[in-house]
Each structure stands twice: as C-alpha cells, then as structure tokens.
Design a protein around this ligand. Sequence first.
Ligand code: NAD
Length: 428
Amino acid sequence: MSDSKPQEVTRRGFIAKIGKGLLAANVAGTLIKKAAAQLVVPEPPGRKLGWAIVGLGSLSINQILPAFAKCEKSKVVAFVSGHPDKASKLALRYGVDPKNIYNYQNYDSIKDNPEVDIIYIVLPNGMHAEYTVRGLQSGKHVLSEKPMANTPAECQQMIDAARKAHRKLMVAYRCRYEPYNQEAIRMAHSQELGPTQVILADAGFNIGDPNQWRLKKDLAGGGSLMDIGIYALNASRYLSGEEPVQANAMMYNSPGDPRFKEVEEHVNFQLRFPSGVLANCTSSYGYFPQSHYRVVGTKGWIEMDPATWYSGLRMRVHRGNSIEERELPQRDHFAAEMDHMSDCVIEDREPLTPGEEGLRDIKIITAIYEAARTGKTVELSESNHGRVSSRGNRGWFQDSPCSPYTLHHEGIREKEQKCLTRLEKTAA
Ligand code: NAD
C-alpha cells in the first residue's frame, strides 16, 4: 500500500500542473518520468496456505477475516461454526467453498480436506484445548488464541498433541509480530536506556454484559487476568527477556456486582525477575480502558500507550532531557501473526510464540492467583530462566547466542535449550 500512494500523488500533481502552462508541464513531465522510474510492480502472490477458522465470533468477524486481505502467505478456506447461517453468509463474503463449512460435531472430518493446512482456534478459552488437540489429531497445524487454555495441564496436553502429530502449535500473541512492541523489545534488551530497573504495565477495561462467557469460570478460566491482564504479564516477560522468579498479588471484586460472581475483577500483581528487574502490573474488568506499559532504565524510559490495541499504538522515549515520540509503521497484527505461522509451516521453523510460551503465561497466572489467595509471595523456581536467578542474568546482550534478543528476534527457539543447559552448568 505504501508503494502505490506516493505514485498516485505524483500523478495527480501532474494533472493539476498541466493546466497552468508549459513550464509547469515540463516540471510535471519530469515528475512523471520519475514516477515511472519509481514504479514498482508487485510480485504475484507466492504460495498461500489454507486456513480454517474455528469460532465465528467478534474477533473472527471484526479482525481476523478482514486481515486475510493483507496476508501474503495465508488465505481463508474453511469455517467451523455452530451457526450455519452465519457461516454461509461469511463464506459468500470471503469466497469460502460451502463444502468447507464444518460444525463442532463433524469438525474432525477436516482431516480429509487437503485445502486446509492450518486451523485457527478462536473459541472461548475453556474450549481451546479440546479443539486444538482435535485439530492436531486431524493432521493440521494449529494457531490458538490467547490465553492458551484454562490450566497448565491443558496447555501441556496441547503441546504433547503437537509433538505426537509432528505439527506446529503457536499461540496468538499478536503484539510480538508488530513493529512498536518489537522496537520496545529491541531497545529494552539492548539497554539503550541503561539496564531495565522497573516495568509498569496496565491492561483492562470495563466489561459489560454479566451473562457473557468471559464471566463464566469454566469457559474463561478466570477473570480479567486471563483475558486482558495477560497482556501486561506477557509484556513484562518479553520486555525483560526473562522469566519471573517470584510473584505477589492482590485481588478485589466490587461487592454485589453481578458480573463478578465467578471470576475476578481487579488484580494487581508484582513480579521479580532474576536480574532484579521488578514489574508492577494491573489487570481489570472494572476500570476505564488501559493499555499501557513503561520500561524504566537507568538513563531513561520507553512508554507505550496504547501498547497492545489492534491499531493506533504510540511510543514515547525519554532520553536525557528530551521526550521523543517515535513513529513506526502500523501493521495489521493478525495478518502479521498468520503469515508468520504460514512461514513456519512452509519453512519447517518453530514459531516465535510456540505452545511453550502460552504454557509459561498460564503457569505464572496460576501462581498470581495463588499469591492473591494466600497473601504470600509465590516462588516460581521451576521456570527455566529462574534456575539461573541466583547468579543474575543482567548482561545478556544482543550478540550473545543465549540473549533474549537473539532467541526472540532470530526465532531460534531450538537454540534456547542449548543455551539454558549451558547457563545451568555455569550456575551449578
Ligand atoms: P466471542 O464471544 O465474540 O466469540 C466466541 C465464538 O465461540 C462465537 O462464535 C460463539 O458462537 C462460539 N462458541 C462456541 N461454543 C460456545 C460456548 N459454549 N459459549 C460461548 N461461545 C461459544 O469471543 P471473542 O471475543 O471472539 O474471543 C474468542 C477468543 O479470542 C478468546 O479466546 C479470546 O480470549 C480471544 N481474543 C483474542 C484477542 C486478541 O487480540 N488476540 C481479542 C479478542 C479475543
């Protein structure tokens, strides 16, 4: 899109100028020659993998289906829905063959459909595990929406099913695929503003209808933390590039509010990371929409507000005496994450946010709930990076093969285990 716009402007400029005389026409002639020289004819699309969308609710209809128009490597070819009328209408709009519409009962027969390469699970959280495992058992690769599942045990079942089927499993952490969050990660990990000391992160909104699935424990797994606070948690992890070793938390539900009979409203939580970075986070279903983080180093800070909305992200950087607003390309997060998944399948690479990444968040969420319930600090000693915590890991720089930067940006997940083994030996 950015390729075509400047050319249009140049052409319009030519038409306007030609009426103003020969001199102007000469100028315009030069302009149009330049425009012709700049004209870049896009390549025909390469191979696009076929995607099936499971669950045609708000996210699928408003974000995921429109995003296919911006995909280079992904196309929608099938739907799985409990509402045949809705699925048929969407099939007409997106050119999906009616024979590729499934329901939740005949879903498993998708295994016989060679047009489908990847299944995207966009159902209530409590259904992710079942539909992911069934999809993997059908021989398809699976992208599951966040949160990965209701419990660590369910996440593990999904990971095991992917291993057994030799198929890819990715969790839809869309912010990891868009330029603003990627730049914040790069800056924090490279310590441009000095080593990170503190991360502040807030994610929440004021939830409506008390009867929706997000407020039912079995379908949602929990309240605001599972749904939206997970963005603050995940950001603390990707910005620090470490795994937390301790969690503290406090929860509060407004008394008598019919929305919070089964799940929590507010959760404030604190995490301590091995290098000493501390994160202060809030998650809420009761406050005015917040999507914010600030990474505070010794020489400045990076702030994103909004940090995780679908569009309109903004970044400010305070360095020395000045605050700079950074402008980066705005990308469709869903197109970027779906194309990443297609790429991983085409090139047989591990996704940047595999099942293990979703499991880590759910384990930490479980610890946060435990900390809030008991009022005590919960140790997260089993987390991978936590094992090296006693030695600290500040000083993991971009050029180190074990640095979070290398692991995250080059997508070399396979190297992670080697690095951890090496670090564990060092720490022993
Ligand atoms: P939604 O309620 O709008 O859609 C859910 C879909 O599941 C509907 O089509 C519904 O018919 C279907 N469904 C099947 N069985 C159901 C049942 N028993 N109860 C309720 N619905 C049932 O929800 P959504 O906002 O589209 O969220 C779907 C998933 O996407 C959730 O896991 C959510 O966390 C995730 N999500 C992610 C983002 C993101 O930015 N990545 C944003 C919103 C939602």
